[in-house]
Design a protein around this ligand. Sequence first.
Ligand code: GLV
Ligand code: MN
Ligand code: MN
Length: 412
Amino acid sequence: MSDINGERLLADLRALATIGGQADGGVDRLAWSEADLAARRWFADRIREAGLEPRVDAVLNVFGHVPGSAAPRLLTGSHLDSVPNGGRLDGAYGAVASLEVLRSMVESGDPLAARVEVVGFADEEGVRFAIGLIGSLALTGALDLEQLREGRDWQGIPIQQVIASAGREVDRMLDAQQHLSSIAAFLELHIEQGPRMEADGVDLAVVTGIVGVYRAQVRVIGRQNHAGTTPFRLRHDAGRAAARAAAGLRELVESIDAEAVANIGSMRFDPGGVNVIPGRAAFTLEIRHLEEAVVRRIAASFKMNLDTICAEEGCRAETEQLSWVPPARMDREQMELLEAACRELDRQPARLSSGAGHDAAILAPHVPTGMLFVPSIGGVSHSPQEATSDEHLVLGARALLRGVRASAARIK
Ligand code: GLV
Ligand code: MN
Ligand code: MN
């Protein structure tokens, strides 16, 4: 069996990193931005250049397959968008590696190439519209169009307008699901984005499951007043109430489950004057765990604690769920095929759960799904410092090739 071309893989990763590339080495390819659209054109061009047929669907997912080949096929890939000021590998690595895998199979005349399709998913990160995984949700028919029709992006621009400027229509987005029945299985290669593999000295890991992700917008309403003339005891300080609840989040989560994590990633006080007691505060809340019941328990406990604090501070709180992505278990057979693929390369892979969200979590309830990780240097991700050694990047793609071949060979 021939192998992937490691130099070409690394060159393509460097080329893609220049699209939305920043001086600090990171990338800014926020979904639906000019840079994101340029990356999708770049990916489609590479697909065409490899003699494959590109196809861009109703949500801007970019696919590639051998011309004239018939479904069902094994789908492999990841997402092309990034978080703001993100790294060059999150998503991009799995998309480019999948192309390198299929391209190598075609070059070596591998008949299994006809059973493989690659994908660069759209808007996985979900920073812009507060809901993410849009490409895979549309592909599986699970995208909530109502939320998109009415919503605004993070800068207040109507989502319908953002999507129209990218050449797509919200009302047509679910056309993407027509392709679901063509997919026999899904494999995603990704960087770990955490410190565990490096700490344990393992080169490859097979993912067992992906955490459920709950996101909410919390608003605290108090009473705006003069910060010089109002004694503490007479204040209804929405900022203080929000800050108290936020400060207790970690202890609250730890008291419920040692494996759970939560984050308050942004907080705003209104009107935001140095001499004005905040009348309103708003913050985002995210909770993650492999079991839905644990996530729900933490969300309920946080709400109870916030209500108690608000009562003490003379405020009230409202919590609005923004999104819920259920936890996903990876398919046992795909995991075993990926493990065998790693062993072919003389590596014993670790088994790891993923604390990051992935398109694989959305595909998993619909088709047998597997994921493979390579280590992240220093465990850093969602940052310009995100990095993986060239050796691990090439090794991961070699393992993916073997996993893809084994999985494609099983398609009936
Ligand atoms: C995506 O990277 C996420 O886990 O938020
Ligand atoms: Mn990712
Ligand atoms: Mn990410």
